[in-house]
Design a protein. Structure first.
Lengths: 83, 239
């Protein structure tokens, strides 16, 4: 058994309007950051998992994402695993 | 007299309002059901109340949708039992997959707490039976995440199957952008399942079922389900 550090990034799908991102964008523009023309806000979920292999961790975390951590109607997820 | 169950999650806060309306205004029997209970067989109708179940952590309704009781609610609904989810209850129903789509952050980013008008789009559901299509109800909303969203395919199927039950409108029943409090697609305020026995809606009928509260249009929803139960539509379940 090893400890794996897992980072799950959950993002709104590109087609879903992100009012929070829009508001962040307008605040950044108000601060004078002129080049910025898009902002989207997502979530980062960090997990620490005991398991035998990275492959098995990935399988588990994908299932976690489908069942709870993301909503497939509006969100995509990316799983990063570190030993 | 029918027996209503009001499900209570940690963070529910419209449970007592719902109980009060059912028991004291509608004169029906009512019981609170803790979310860890699993037996709903004794009930004729289930209400999933509003609030902030589990602090709205992760996504609104996401954690509550995995509570043990939601399996029983699904069974209850699949046997034809009427289920009403208001506000957070609606969010829980979509997260649990009992209704399609999702409720996302209001387009204004503001928590909206005010009276709105909604137009009845389908009066054949368990909860709209006493109304007419086109009727306008005045009911309050109070939410930060009430913007209904679904994919184009789902929206098409909702429209084709008459599953859009309420749309935000102006006082005369016109569905306008100005009357949409949260950015919901198609001004959707409430939808039902294909059989019309599960209804989710963002407005709060339990907050406006007595004229002393400034309006009593919410009563039509509760009266409708009582009428519906009287028609014997409910399959007696042992869920």
């Amino acid at each position: 058994m090893k400890e794996f550090k897992v980072k799950v990034e959950v993002r709104l799908k590109p087609v879903v309007l992100d009012p929070q991102g829009k508001s962040v964008l307008s605040a950044l523009m108000n601060l004078g950051f002129e080049g910025v023309h898009d902002a989207r806000v997502g979530k980062l979920i960090e997990l620490r998992i005991w398991d035998g292999s990275a492959e098995s961790v990935r399988k588990q975390v994908n299932e976690m994402c489908r069942k709870l951590l993301s909503n497939p109607v509006i969100e995509d997820f990316v799983v990063n695993i570190e030993e | 007299m029918y027996k209503f169950g009001v499900i209570v999650f940690p963070g529910s806060n419209c449970d007592h309002d719902s109980y009060h309306v059912i028991k004291h205004v509608m004169g029906q029997s009512c019981e609170f059901v803790w979310h860890e209970d699993a037996n709903l067989g004794r009930f004729d109708c289930i209400i999933i109340p509003g609030g902030f179940s589990y602090g709205d952590y992760l996504r609104t309704g996401a954690i509550a949708s995995l509570s043990p009781i939601m399996d029983s609610v699904e069974k209850f609904a699949s046997r034809g039992g009427p289920v009403l989810g208001t506000c957070n209850g609606f969010q829980i129903l979509v997260e649990a997959g009992l209704l399609p789509g999702v409720l996302i952050r209001n387009s204004s980013l503001m928590f909206v707490c005010r009276w709105v008008n909604i137009r009845v789009e389908n009066n054949k559901t368990a909860f709209t039976r006493n109304l007419k299509d086109g009727d306008v109800l005045r009911i309050p909303v109070a939410h930060g995440e009430g913007s209904y969203y679904c994919t184009g395919d789902v929206l098409k199927s909702l429209e084709e199957n008459s599953q859009v039950v309420f749309r935000y409108c102006d006082g005369d029943g016109n569905v306008t952008e100005e009357s949409n409090p949260n950015g919901s697609i198609g001004n959707i305020a409430g939808i039902c399942n294909k059989d019309g026995n599960v209804l989710g809606m963002m407005p709060h009928p339990e907050r406006c079922s007595e004229s002393v509260l400034g309006g009593a249009d919410g009563k039509f929803i509760f009266e409708s389900v009582i009428t519906w139960l009287g028609l014997g539509k409910k399959t007696k379940s042992k869920a």
